[in-house]
Design a protein around this ligand. Sequence first.
Ligand code: ADP
Length: 490
Amino acid sequence: MYIALISAECAPIAKAGGLGDFVLGLARELVRCGETVEIVLPYYDVLDIAPLADLQVVYEQLRVPFHNEWITCRVFGGKLTEVNCLFIDPQSVHGLFQRRRIYGEQDDAERFAFFARAVLEFMLQSGRQPDILHCNDWQTGLIPVLLYEVYQALGMNRTRVCYTLHNLGYQGRVSETILRQVGLDPQRVMTADRLRDSQDGRLANLLQGGIVYSNFVNTVSPRYAWEIQHTEQGMGLQPLLNTYAHKFGGVLNGIDEEIWNPELDPLIPTNFGVETLPRKALNRQALRSRLGLQTVDKPIMAIVTRLDYQKGVDLIAHGIHDTLAHGGQIVLLGTALDPAIAAQFAQLKQDTAANPDCHLELGYDETLAHLIYAGADLMLIPSRYEPCGLTQMIAMKYGVVPVVRRAGGLADTVFDANYSDQPFELRNGYVFDELTTAGLESALRRALGLWHGYPEYFWQLRVNGMRSDLSWRRPAQRYLAIYAQLRATV
Ligand code: ADP
């Protein structure tokens, strides 16, 4: 099969979060399975071209209609390890992708609407007919709409679309002018059953458009798939997802085991595996030295996250105090975009500065993140909602026991040591339901209690997590089955 993976992000060359990891991880596994894969991205000025081999212009003079002008683009091609990548580079006066960042611009809607149109125009003009366009999140929601409203009539009638929703907190609610700019007729598509937003009828909802027009829609865990159909986590899209239940499902993400593997990880002081787990203690010591924590007989509770409402920041703050009060040490690595949250954690850092059991690092640091996974014993993830979540999976690979709220992908991957209905060898962490301090404390104190009172059981939980299959192998097979089903309709 020929699969084009279209996205605003790809790790490590243009990554803002989990979407970037998804694109690279899935693409590599599909290539390993023998499929032909192309990742298509905008040519951002912040693109890190260092990991790309053979980067060169592969198509010139791509003329893309947009609003009342034609924008000429170049298309670059390059190889990211074994995966082919294509980058659309518009030569426009608006500097659409020359913004020193991936997202967060006032005209993000125009930027990605243009990208959507340019991708299809490139496929058409260069004579490509992918079997599958695999689109992701609101930035590519217009691709299935344009495919069926415009490009099918121009000959692209063999291509089918799989659309993955990574976070319903971002839906791309935009002015209907955007639709005109990409060449759609608002009278035709701004209807309640197509793109008209159900909460603000003046706006077009690009995620909704993607759901309506794609041949198959999925999200990144079975539990989140259920939550967004049946609870307020659907953020207004519940009725739509129920209408399209016949073409909707959940596929759990994997993690890239070439990057996240304690046996081979070049970024950690001492490599270790299930058979050599005692060596993890050397990483714990290195982590303590690096962050100035005292050496004591206490477990290290880690938090590695965006400090964001979604991640349960109030419970994170409470969990820090509760861990310190009940015989644990704290290491936090986090970034806050929201100024109020940033101020809250800056204050907390100041308040705990003199505590030899606590270190808060406010920033983004990939290398430190690896050391934290390698050295920590527990990881706290009290999310309000979590489409899939990578940190609990990475933690488990590194022998860290996660303490999580039962939400989305956390519920699909973490099984409570005491209360899970899974057999003991599959239990790997602690889970709580209620989004309250009492709920959090119930799980946190059980975890700390096990570490202090029953070290041999705690050891077994670590091993259970390390042994779980969290690779991309199974998820890639699920996507291949979806693609094959879509091909059967051609
Ligand atoms: P989300 O995509 O919602 O931010 P995920 O759990 O899916 O959350 O993915 C988070 C990824 O980003 C993980 O690989 C995690 O290690 C990494 N990460 C999060 N915050 C930081 C940080 N401050 N520094 C380094 N890595 C981080």
